[in-house]
Design a protein around this ligand. Structure first.
Ligand code: XMP
Length: 513
């Protein structure tokens, strides 16, 4: 049986990172809301528990807390940041508010080497802090294991109970030996087998898919993106000809993309694919729409209509495959969560309603994006698909500011192909995470030969990022920018000026719409 570690999520921005790091260390890990009762958790037989950080202070009266039975469960436990303060409060330690919160880098000094938590960690190392409260006095049984200049108890532990905590964040890359600390907790303290890997997941899921599908027929929407490609290939591996994939080409893909992905699906992956060329339908629906959110909604609805009509042509279908990933299914319950403001509705060509009366098969529900890529490689998917840049479901429609027309699609496609080709060829380190062209409605005056031009401005966007949640603009070499700019104005008709987007996210978003 797979041993599972659980992250109790107190609303930390890093909860997913903790789970990913734990899996990277070979321990399967899931995230559950902080107030999950022990009765529910114990049924899943947790092999270790990690209490995440969180935005609240453990000193306030209604601070979010866990079921107190968890503390006495005997399951090895690691509290991180807020998780440490909550543990401190529960065990009767003394906790105070710092005069000045401690954010960012600090030097950790290991003061106690009688426990394995800091095995392999030097006496001094850099850690990442983000807290306003601090533990000052521990009850019997607990030992202070490390400190920083401003935080006297930066780690604590009760070796008998196997309860440990760190004030710093071992899961972030800025903590130099964070991986070692997590590894010590999981491997030495909780004594977990570190045998979880995507390949073992592959075997299990093939069996599970076969069992839930039986001899039924199944359909899947392919978008050209990594998730749907991996999901479809996995299901096809399990049930072969019983799966039919539907590839709706909304006409908003990049240059050559529809042909490329279709060829890969059919010739390399041998998927059974129905391709629908719906470009004109989508263009007709988009005519005259300038508002970005409207564009997204119209494309989402149209996609569902086209897909449903195609699916209806296949008799006896019972299941629909969707490439839903773990970050979409985590039941996040942030303490005192405020309704988030919707920035953009993300319409993905995988997002279909249950109203079709089909049961959903979501074989990637437990995986993070990087694990989906690893699974894709294990399934033999070509690099062109596995390493694909993220691409918005509504495609180039959100990279054309204003009206989407055939001519404007051609302009943005031409410019985008140049941006991609030049950056790919440049072999940069780090390689930007995502890069593309945006067609703006701004027109400006230029001169070509002896003539005056009055043509469009294209913006080039290239970012570095880990996950698209935050991003920095890529510091591309000037010569590369020069080549991109000069090729675009020379090769793409209707463009006489190129600008480079030097905004971070936040405050800007990655896509312009
Ligand atoms: P934003 O523009 O929100 O983008 O900063 C963050 C990341 O998400 C991608 N993106 C989308 N992905 N469907 C998707 O699957 C969408 O509708 C969508 N809109 C934006 C974007 O390319 C970036 O990687």
């Amino acid at each position: 049986m797979t041993q599972t570690a659980f992250v109790l999520d107190f609303g930390a921005q890093y909860s997913q990172l903790i789970a990913r790091r734990t899996r990277e260390l070979g321990v399967y890990c899931e995230i559950v809301p902080y107030d999950t009762p022990w009765s529910a958790l114990s049924a899943r037989r947790p092999a270790a528990l990690i209490l995440s950080g969180g935005p609240e202070s453990a000193l306030v009266e209604d601070a979010p807390e866990m079921d107190s039975a968890i503390l006495d469960s005997g399951v090895p436990m690691l509290g991180i940041c807020y998780g440490m303060q909550l543990l401190a409060r529960e065990i009767g330690a003394e906790l105070v508010k710092l005069d000045h919160a401690e954010y960012g880098p600090a030097t950790l000094i290991v003061g106690d080497r009688d426990t394995p938590l800091f095995d392999g960690v030097p006496n001094e190392s850099r850690v990442w802090m983000s807290h306003g409260d601090t533990v000052v006095k521990l009850p019997r049984g607990y030992r202070a294991l490390a400190s920083t200049e401003r935080c006297h108890v930066a780690a604590m532990g009760d070796p008998k109970k196997k309860i440990y905590a760190t004030q710093f964040h071992p899961e972030v890359v800025h903590t130099q030996y964070g991986r070692a600390v997590l590894e010590n907790f999981l491997g030495e303290i909780a004594a977990l087998r570190r045998d979880w890997k995507v390949e073992s997941f592959l075997e299990q899921s093939l069996a599970a898919i076969r069992q839930s599908v039986g001899s039924d027929k199944v359909i899947c929407a392919l978008s050209g993106g990594v998730d749907s490609a991996v999901a479809a290939t996995l299901v096809a591996r399990a049930i072969g000809e019983q799966l039919t994939c539907i590839f709706v080409d909304h006409g908003l893909l990049r240059q050559g993309e529809a042909e490329e992905v279709l060829a890969a699906f059919r010739e390399i992956l041998h998927l059974n694919v129905v391709a629908v060329d719906a470009g004109q339908r989508f263009l007709a629906k988009l005519r005259g729409i300038e508002d970005p959110e409207r564009k997204r909604i119209v494309i989402g609805h149209e996609f569902i209509d086209v897909f449903e009509a195609e699916a209806a042509k296949i008799p006896g279908v019972k299941h629909l495959v969707q490439g839903t990933l773990y970050p979409d299914v985590i039941e996040s319950k942030t303490p005192q969560s405020k309704a988030g403001h919707k920035i953009k509705s993300h319409h993905n060509v995988g997002g279909l309603p249950e109203q079709m009366g089909l049961s959903l098969i979501e074989p990637l529900r437990a995986l993070f994006k990087d694990e989906v890529r690893a699974l894709g490689r294990a399934l033999g998917l070509p690099a062109a698909i596995v390493e694909r840049q993220p691409f918005p479901g509504p495609g180039l429609a959100v990279r054309i500011i204003g009206d989407v027309t055939q001519e404007r699609l051609e302009v943005v496609r031409g410019a985008d192909a140049i941006v991609r080709a030049e950056i790919d060829r440049a072999e940069l380190d780090p390689h930007p995470w995502q890069y593309f062209a945006v067609l703006t409605p701004v027109k400006s005056v230029g001169v070509m030969g002896d003539g005056r031009t009055y043509a469009n401005l294209v913006a080039v966007r290239a970012i570095t990022s880990e996950d698209g949640m935050t991003a920095d603009w890529a510091r591309l070499p000037h010569e590369l920018l020069e080549r991109i700019s000069s090729r675009i104005v020379n090769e793409v008709r209707g463009v006489n000026r190129v600008a480079y987007d030097i905004t971070t996210k936040p405050p800007a978003t990655v896509e312009w719409e």
